[in-house]
Design a protein around this ligand. Structure first.
Ligand SMILES: C[S@@+](CC[C@H](N)C(=O)[O-])C[C@H]1O[C@@H](n2cnc3c(N)ncnc32)[C@H](O)[C@@H]1O
Ligand code: SF4
Length: 436
């Protein structure tokens, strides 16, 4: 048993103060932490679905959304620029989902993650009727052996049917694929990943997300060594295949149809997270909500924002965070950096990035820098480092909240084992430097 994570400063934040900390247009993110089944490799914040808890959760979520929508209208006088709904499995409770979506004014894309089993014509038509314009189908693979190994609740036929059903119903269809080179090493599924990429490209999807499997210590899969050379090789082969079929590597882990509009949850420069386990980045401040579903609902029911952690990164830390995620999406925009953080920071960033230009990882492009193929390779390693050094230890701390909730440790959240997570010294340092 452990107490809710968080600090008094974080708990005392109010919606107007959070919205006032945003220095530019805001994208909205909503998290739905319920799944019909727990996949053993998945680190995301979720519990096994349970109706009573879900009803309580959505009531709290609607309250949090209403607070922020009102404060956002006052602070920015405009709708949110986009909406991304992730999980967990956002399509678990369609009626509740519809109620949340219709409360959030959005000027641009509305995207939602879809479990293949939920990718039926009826469910997808319902999403389209809710105003959803983009879907991300969690296919993972079109090979039954790979899906069994991953412990997925669906088979290859369901992956394919969901993608085919989504095409033509939405402006953008993304397909998530996973590659685990530890298995490729053993030749367990030779060529399966490249075959999966080819299937997506032949079907004509707008985007393929090619995720190398991350092994978070707190999941049932536990940690495993990455074979860096093999990871680079297989992602390189996927890129070559994509290029030969009219696609390009547009971000570190996505392949996009040439000329199509970009789509991905983490390329929003500023986002406001709502729901248990969501986070927000305002430019200089980073906020993390409670992960425990009941802990989150408790806070909201007491009239408080459910923010557990508040990191004030300031001008330099904020610029580093911003540049890191811009680079994930393929490049850094100098004008945007100057506008947000001032000339001194932009000049320092320019000086700091010059060695990477020399090393041919970046090239100068109109208004800033773009990653080269060598840069994408290097960034892939950096992303893995950040995942294990910052994200895994932060999430492990936050996931302990589940273990303090009635019945969760034995039932709904049995998958959580925070004590087995990597310690992540970089996260400890960041917390000491920036946490309020
Ligand atoms: C929240 S899940 C998807 C939504 C839905 N619940 C589903 O499973 O289809 C988001 C995506 O993250 C990716 N993912 C999950 N665990 C991962 C891991 N350990 N390493 C890399 N990618 C992972 C998967 O591709 C998954 O589709
Ligand atoms: S991969 Fe999707 S369905 Fe599986 S546990 Fe994670 S969020 Fe749930």
């Amino acid at each position: 048993m452990s107490a809710p994570a968080g600090t008094a400063a974080a708990a005392s934040l109010r919606p107007p103060a959070v919205l006032a900390s945003f220095d530019g247009p805001v994208g909205a993110y909503v998290h739905v932490p319920f799944c019909p089944w727990i996949c053993p490799f998945c680190p995301y914040n979720k519990v096994l679905a349970e109706e009573d808890l879900a009803r309580r959760y959505f009531a709290a979520l609607r309250r949090e959304v209403d607070w922020y929508v009102a404060a956002h209208g006052e602070a920015h006088g405009a709708p949110f620029t986009s909406l991304y709904i992730g999980g967990g499995t956002p399509t678990m409770y369609p009626d509740e989902l519809a109620e949340v979506i219709q409360r959030i004014p959005v000027s641009g894309e509305r995207a939602v993650e879809v479990l293949p089993d939920h990718g039926t014509p009826e469910r997808l038509d319902r999403l389209a009727a809710m105003g959803i314009t983009a879907v991300s189908i969690g296919a993972q693979s079109f090979h039954d052996g790979v899906l069994r190994r991953l412990g997925r609740p669906h088979d290859a036929a369901a992956s394919r049917a969901a993608v085919e059903t989504a095409l033509g119903r939405f402006a953008c269809v993304d397909v998530d694929l996973i590659v685990d080179v530890a298995w490729e090493d053993e030749d367990a599924f030779p060529g399966a990943f490249l075959d999966d990429v080819r299937t997506c490209l032949e079907l004509g999807v707008d985007q393929v997300s090619t995720y190398p499997l991350m092994r978070f210590g707190f999941t049932p899969f536990g940690t495993a060594r990455h074979d860096r050379r093999r990871e680079h090789a297989v992602l390189g082969q996927a890129t070559e295949l994509a290029q030969s079929m009219g696609y390009e590597r547009r971000s570190v882990w996505t392949l996009n149809k040439r000329g199509s509009v970009p789509y991905t949850s983490i390329t929003r420069r500023r986002f406001l997270g709502m729901g248990a386990g969501s986070s927000s980045f305002a430019g200089r401040d980073f906020y993390v909500n409670h992960f425990g579903v009941a802990t989150y609902a408790d806070a909201v029911e007491q009239g408080q924002l459910p923010i557990a952690r508040w990191l004030h990164l300031g001008r330099w830390g904020g610029a580093a965070y911003d540049a890191f995620w811009q680079a994930y999406a393929g490049g850094v925009d100098r004008h945007a950096m100057t506008q947000s953080y001032g000339r001194a920071v932009a000049a320092a960033a320019h000086a700091g990035l010059s060695p990477f230009v020399l090393a041919r990882m970046l090239r100068q492009a109109p208004g800033g820098y773009r990653l080269t193929p060598r840069g994408f390779d290097a960034y892939h390693d950096l992303e893995r480092l950040v995942t294990y050094q910052f994200i895994e230890p932060l999430w492990a701390e936050m996931l302990t909240e589940h273990l303090a909730e009635p019945g969760a440790a034995e039932g709904r959240a049995r998958w959580v084992a925070p004590e087995r997570a990597r310690p992540g010294r970089a996260w400890s340092l960041a917390r000491r430097l920036f946490e309020r």
